[in-house]
Design a protein around this ligand. Structure first.
Ligand code: GDP
Length: 313
C-alpha cells in the first residue's frame, strides 16, 4: 500500500458524471470523507473559484473525473468546448491541488489520447508516437496536456499526481442522448426503441471498427486501486483486455435486450479509429483485474437505463 484513504478528505471532481458517481459509490466502502461540489456551486473552468473552494474544503486526495465528454459526433462538432473546457478544468484542479498541498491526485484521461494507428493492443508508451484520430483530437489534445501537467507537477514540485487512461466505459449514469452519446448507450437506447416499435436498429458507420469496453464500476475500483498502490509518473491504462466489433456488440446488446430484428448501417456517419484495444498489463501487474463480464455489464446498464439513471433520457 503506497497511500491509505482511511480518515482522509477525498474530493471527487465531476461526481455527477458516469465515472465520478461510480467513484463515489466505490468510496462508500472506504473509511473516508467524500467531498463534492455541485455544478452551480463551483465552475471547474474558473481557476480562482476552484482555488478558493479547495482552500476552504482542504481535500487531501482528489479524483479528477470532471471533463467535457461526448461521443464521436459531439466531439467533432464542438471542438472549442472539448479542447478549451478540458484544458481549463485540468489546469484549475491541478494548480489548486499543488497550492493546497493535496497528498495524492488521480487524473482521468481516455484511450483516445493514443495515435490513430497505434500498434494494438496499445501500450502506454504509444503516447505521442503518431497523429491522432481527427474526430476526437480536440478532447485528446486536452487530455494529453492533462497527463503532462500531472507529470510536470510531479517532476517540478514533487506532487504525488498520477494518471489513469480508461478504455470506453459504460454503465449507470451514461449519456443516452443519441447526438452526444458513445456507442454503448446509443445501442442500448436504439435496440430498446426498435424493440418497442418493431423496427430496424441503425448502426453508424460500417460496424467494422473494434472497441474495448469496461463497466464503469470496474473502472472506479481500478482508480481506487491505483490511488492506493501506484505512485509514479507514467500514466496507466485501465481496460478489460478484450475488444469486439461494433456489429458484434450490436448483436450482443440485441441478445441481452431480447430483440431479434433487422440491423442497418448508416454510412453517412463516421467510423472513427479502426480499433482501440489497450494493453492493461501494467495495471494487472499492480494486482487489479476487472470483475464484470460484458454481457452482465450490458444487462446492468440496461436496468439503469430503464430506471432512468442517465442523462439525455
Ligand atoms: P469513439 O470510440 O471515440 O469512436 O466513440 P463512439 O463510442 O462514439 O463510437 C465508437 C464506434 O461506434 C464508431 O465506429 C461509431 O461510428 C460506432 N457507432 C455505431 N453506432 C453508433 C451510435 O449510434 N452512436 C455512436 N456514438 N457511435 C456509433
Amino acid at each position: 500500500m503506497t497511500y491509505s484513504l482511511a480518515g482522509k478528505r477525498v474530493w471527487v471532481a465531476g461526481h455527477r458524471g458516469m465515472v465520478g458517481s461510480a467513484i463515489v459509490r466505490r468510496l462508500a466502502q472506504e473509511d473516508c470523507e467524500v467531498l463534492t461540489a455541485a455544478r452551480d456551486e463551483l465552475d471547474l473552468t474558473d481557476q480562482r473559484a476552484v482555488l478558493g473552494w479547495m482552500h476552504n474544503q482542504r481535500p487531501q486526495a482528489v479524483f479528477l473525473a470532471a471533463a467535457r465528454v461526448g461521443g464521436i459526433l459531439a466531439n467533432d462538432s464542438r471542438p472549442v468546448e472539448f479542447l478549451r473546457d478540458n484544458l481549463l478544468i485540468e489546469t484549475a484542479v491541478l494548480t489548486g491541488a499543488e497550492s493546497v498541498g493535496v497528498e495524492k491526485l488521480l487524473f482521468l484521461g481516455s484511450s483516445c489520447i493514443y495515435p490513430k494507428h497505434a500498434e494494438q493492443p496499445i501500450r502506454e508508451e504509444a503516447l505521442l508516437t503518431g497523429s491522432l484520430e481527427p474526430t476526437n483530437e480536440w478532447y485528446a489534445i486536452a487530455k494529453i496536456a492533462g497527463i503532462k501537467l500531472a507529470e510536470a507537477y510531479r517532476r517540478e514540485y514533487g506532487c504525488d499526481f498520477i494518471s489513469a487512461m480508461p478504455t470506453n466505459l459504460y454503465g449507470p449514469g451514461d449519456n443516452f442522448d443519441l447526438n452526444a452519446s458513445h456507442v454503448m448507450p446509443a445501442l442500448i437506447r436504439k435496440v430498446h426503441e426498435a424493440k418497442l416499435a418493431g423496427g430496424a436498429v441503425t448502426v453508424w458507420g460500417t460496424g467494422t471498427p473494434r472497441r474495448e469496453f469496461l463497466y464503469v464500476d470496474d473502472c472506479a475500483d481500478a482508480c481506487l486501486h491505483l490511488m492506493q498502490h501506484y505512485s509514479d509518473a507514467p500514466h496507466i491504462n485501465v481496460g478489460s483486455g478484450s475488444d469486439i466489433s461494433i456489429m458484434e456488440l450490436t448483436r450482443l446488446v440485441m441478445e441481452v435486450l431480447d430483440y431479434d430484428g433487422p440491423v442497418v448501417t448508416d454510412s453517412a456517419k463516421p467510423d472513427g479509429a479502426p480499433r482501440k484495444l489497450m494493453d492493461s498489463a501494467r495495471l494487472a501487474a499492480l494486482g487489479w483485474q476487472p470483475k464484470t463480464a460484458l454481457r452482465d455489464g450490458i444487462a446492468l446498464a440496461y436496468q439503469a437505463f430503464l430506471a432512468g439513471e442517465g442523462r439525455g433520457l
